[in-house]
Design a protein around this ligand. Sequence first.
Ligand SMILES: [Zn+2]
Length: 286
Amino acid sequence: MPELPEVETVVRQLSQTLPGRRILEVEVIHPDLLREASESFRRDIRGSKIQSVGRRGKNILLALSGPRFLSVNLGMTGQLLIAPHPGGIGEGGSLGTPPHPVVLFTLDPPGSLLFADTRRFGCLRLWTPEAWEAESARLGPEPLDRGLTPRDFHRLLARSRSPIRSWLLDQTHIVGIGNIYASEVLFRVGIHPKRPARSVDRIESGRLLKAVRAVLTEAIRARGTTLRDFRTATGDRGAFEPSLQAYGRAGMPCPRCNTPIERIVFGNRSAFFCPCCQPLEYREKA
Ligand SMILES: [Zn+2]
């Protein structure tokens, strides 16, 4: 599932080519991924100009003239692909034939933007600036935003009894982190995924925030992790997978101590950890 580094990779690529271009036509192939009727979706977007491309959490955000925001959530298997020429996606196009097209935008100067999604958990949604602002306020802080201080971060953790892994995945606590990077981050700092968030003390939380930033930054540099479905906006695979130290490595030796990595499932999701480097014991606060 695409997380912050994958979404940021797509956003950076789209930012180089989309701003200033006009959306001439919108073809809705699978209206079930839209949050509104496809006719009004088309009508509201056709003719608008793309002003900028940004990211909030795991959402790609296109600022359109109007003004409106178009949010694209990649869900599990979504891909937002750019092709230099109209009809450039599909047969004979630069990207080959992507599976399961959902919406195709035709652009001017000429080009196409395609949203494709095999498992169809993705979502496209139009917002007025006010509605988007309210939605954005519902989400937690951006982990790479330096405005989030170690002190604030610790204060947020201290409020919750949730297991730290579940806390990190909750987008209302902090945005952008999913299953892969939660396992990686907790491995780096030696914190067991089931420890209650509030048991993470001030020193540990400082190290945790640093690890979150380091892992996400390294993964962005590698253009994200492709386990199977993720593709960048140009259809390429992310290159971070070989750098994963815990995620997906059950039974393989811990890179630090050689103990086999374990996989546990809770909250319906797998967590990978080293039972030796990430003990469950912690000092209960008085
Ligand atoms: Zn270990």
